[in-house]
Design a binder for this molecule. Sequence first.
Ligand code: C2O
Length: 512
Amino acid sequence: MSNNVTRRKFLATAGATASGFLCLPGDALGQPGSVRTRRSVFSLTAPIADYRTGVGVMKTRSATDPTSWIYQANMHGTYTAPPAGALWNQCQHGSFFFLSWHRMYLYFFERIVRKACGNNAFALPYWNYTSQTLSARQLPLAFRQPTFNSSPNPLYDAARNTGINSTANPAALSYSATLFSTAFGYTNFASAGGSGASFGGQTLAAPAHFAGPHGQLESQPHDIIHGLLGGSGDMGDPNRAARDPIFWLHHANIDRLWKRWLQQGGGRVNPTANNAWMTHEFEFYDENGHKVKLKGSDVLNTVTQLQYRYDDDPVTFGPAAFAVSAEAAPPKKENPVESVAVAEQQGIALGTRPVRVAVTLKEPAKKAVARALGAAAVAADNPITLHLDDVAFDKQPGIYYEVYLNVPADEDNPEFHNGHFVGNLGFFAKTHEPAAGADPHAAMTDGGAKQSHVFDITGLVRELSAEKKWDPEKATITFIPRGLEDSDGHPLEIKTDAKIKVGKVSFQSTKE
Ligand code: C2O
């Protein structure tokens, strides 16, 4: 119960669209150095026309121009071999650099669009898709129209998932795909190397283009949204995603959620004690095509350091309101205890139908569960986590899976608010196409494609136990495939020929 209440509270706080935005001094004037506001794409004052103009101008520039559309997209990732010295294939996935690198990337992209569109007040809009309202979960109309004023629409991308671009009957993201409550439940920004049990991702000593496991916000909603919007097209593939103009509004929203997470307090702070995160310099190009550098310590405060804010940032302003929250609480210890597997099940193939996995709890598992069911403080120090390891897939399936614990056997269409929901499993990572005729699963053993996911289920196990829905001998994990919805909110048929395999499902807890 408490778990669900908490999740709803987070949704109410952070998912709400801002009404009544405020103007900071200079905002409307757009003078250099003034603070610009990134607005919801649904706001009447969102600068869609400027964005369309700016993207159109960038698309006319040659690929060798660092301020061109294609060069900027290739900085994220590309299958094209980079010319010598090109800043391509830089995106940071699967580590605590994910949020900071994408913030920097958006910052310079925004400056390039600002200059290209000629409006000095321009700031990127963001797409807040976390909404019970179906239309908010449909791709905004300006991105779905193939033409605008009888010319090709620069914001249109034909390579999107089936139904996304429909103007008559646009597909919508399922509501559960847009949830960020799981990520917001984590109070630690970073986790130890190898662990995704944190809001922002695992700690690394140096940047890595494609690492894993993904942190919690990156896993959901970030990865899930990529897969649903893109399918086998651009957004589903990190090497093509930034070619879709919606990429930048998706990431502005992820960047906004980072701020909303910090705002929750409760020990949530940036990893300012980590030297690599604070001092590693990433390279970009500014709007004049000059090479520039930013590091983590440069992007802690969007207002004072980067001169932008979101329209739902706290209304109070002044130095104190935007102070770096690192001073507020000491950084948390990153995974102080060693995890051990207490029960597991191997080799699960996922497809277009629900899959139930039975897990037998042996002696060490029972002890771990007993600790988690005991005093709250003991449980907090001995969390039970569900691990999905060696998750392999040969291509972006364009769907995701809701993961449930102990759903009754006759329930084949559970709802995420049924008190059994663990989280979502999505697929946004480097994939490896198998060679012609080869066993696709064999090809997927290549390290780049295998992912791990971790879910903290301590609270859920406590709830289920209190409701007498917990069996100390055995548990079930259920994977429910989910895709897009039609414009009436009914699920569209789940279709994919992707080969997906979860190598290992396990419960883990701390060593005794
Ligand atoms: Cu670097 Cu949403 O991806």
